[in-house]
Ligand binder design. Structure first.
Ligand code: S3P
Length: 423
């Protein structure tokens, strides 16, 4: 995929549905009584992995493009899967389903692709084991494949060492099958889509500060879910619109839940011109984002902000490389255990373009404003890295070549088509 410099990106886009919300809508729909209708579902490979896992447990799911019908069987209506549940590349599928599987009356096995097999699962095995689940890593290395023997679980109050919505959600979902109220406290607040959507389906989830709690045995009822546009997908067009001169891009109906919208705050700190239009604050908040070319300056990104923009750090690193001055990203060690080691992979590829960037233990230091040139980019099969460099290619001198460009199918199959529609 060869990307060339663009002058004036203009137009209107509706980015695909939010990945985190799409996963949860299928999962909670499967555990509810009745038929859940999901609109603007993300048709990326990750969310299709979630559908495939629930089909293997006997849930009937009809799919017509981004319209999905999930025929739920209730909290205890999953069947024992006859095959291994394959989560593909998806950490969210794995970690959330593991919480559900731990409370079932059957044995199951979970596996995924090479990238997912290298990602840490001890972070969910620890709390699930504390709840009494029998969950084992085949190779005894705290990674996939996992074998889970479902049990009646004990309620716990888990203090998580990481701010991770996947860990929090895993424990809350297991808590539905526990013998009392289950709580999770995390160091900083991570995305709260599980809490919002479980309550919408009829569960009793409360939040106080960075602690979320759930009561067991909820009666989940089928609902209609309209999935907002994914701010993590919008991020690439926010960055491209800000960086490419003479640009004006309108991004329709993007989710702006405060636990996800850190990128908007940081962009403004960097001097970005982004207007929020048609804000809607019922359920998951949404807005249209109007983005215009801006001169950007470096900033510091750290602490409680990190979980609110964790998936946007690769594209923020690209923005920082084109901004004037220094950007420091710290407290983001989690980047090392995403679909790739995003610190190493961003540093390697931005250096190939001539950027002045240094990786640290928990982030990056980027001295921006150096003239950047095209290069051959290896995204290490990481969708967010590939899309971040496509943005870099619209702004740098010369042409930029992205290897394995189709890894964007994980979260945004039409990404290049949408990018070209603005050029
Ligand atoms: C997600 C949580 C985040 C995020 C991932 C999706 C979710 O992961 O990076 O893309 O849907 O809960 P962590 O929970 O590991 O931080």
């Amino acid at each position: 995929m060869e990307i060339k410099k663009q002058q004036g990106l203009r137009g209107t886009l509706a980015v695909p549905g939010d990945k985190s919300i799409s996963h949860r809508a299928v999962m909670f729909g499967a555990l509810a009584d009745g038929t859940t209708r999901i609109s603007h579902f993300l048709e990326g490979a990750d969310c299709l992995s979630t559908i495939s896992c629930f089909r293997r447990m006997g849930i009937e799911i009809e799919r017509n493009g981004s319209e999905i019908l999930v025929h739920g069987n209730g909290l205890r209506g999953l069947n024992s899967p006859r095959e291994i549940l394959n989560a593909g590349n998806s950490g969210t599928t794995t970690r959330l389903i593991a919480g559900i599987l731990s409370g079932q009356k059957f044995i199951s096995e979970l596996d995924g692709d090479d990238s997912l097999r290298g990602r840490p699962m001890k972070r969910i095995m620890d709390p699930l084991s504390a709840m009494g689940a029998d969950i084992r890593s085949h190779r005894d290395n705290g990674c996939l494949p996992l074998r889970i023997v479902g049990r009646r679980l004990h309620a716990i109050h888990y203090t998580s060492p990481v701010a991770s919505a996947q860990v929090k959600s895993c424990v809350l979902l297991a808590g539905m099958y526990a013998d009392g109220p289950t709580s999770v406290t995390e160091p900083f607040l991570s995305r709260n889509h599980t809490e919002i959507m479980l309550n919408y389906f009829g569960a009793n989830v409360t939040s106080q500060g960075t602690t979320a709690s759930i009561l067991p045995e909820p009666e989940l009822r089928a609902r209609e879910v309209l999935v907002p546009g994914d701010i993590s997908s919008a991020a690439y067009f926010i960055a491209a619109g800000l960086l490419a001169p003479n640009s004006e891009i309108l991004l329709k109906n993007v989710g702006i839940n405060p636990t996800r919208a850190g990128i908007l705050k940081i962009c403004r700190q960097m001097g970005a011109d982004i207007e929020l239009l048609n804000e809607n604050h019922t359920g998951e908040p949404t807005a249209d984002l109007l983005v215009r070319s801006s001169s950007l300056r470096g900033t510091v990104i750290e602490g409680a902000e990190i979980p609110t923009l964790i998936d946007e750090i690769p594209v923020l690193a690209v923005m920082a490389a084109f901004a004037e001055g220094t950007t420091i990203i710290r407290d983001a060690g989690e980047l090392k255990v995403k679909e790739s080691d995003r610190i190493a992979v961003m540093v390697e590829n931005l250096k190939r373009m001539g950027a002045d960037i240094e990786g640290t233990e928990d982030g990056m230091i980027i001295h921006g404003g150096k003239p950047l040139h095209g290069a051959v980019i290896d995204p290490h099969l990481d969708h967010r890295v590939a899309m971040s460099f496509a943005v870099a290619g619209t702004v740098c001198e010369g042409s930029l070549d992205i290897q394995d460009w189709d890894c964007v199918n994980i979260s945004y199959p039409d990404f290049y088509k949408d990018l070209y529609s603005l050029g």
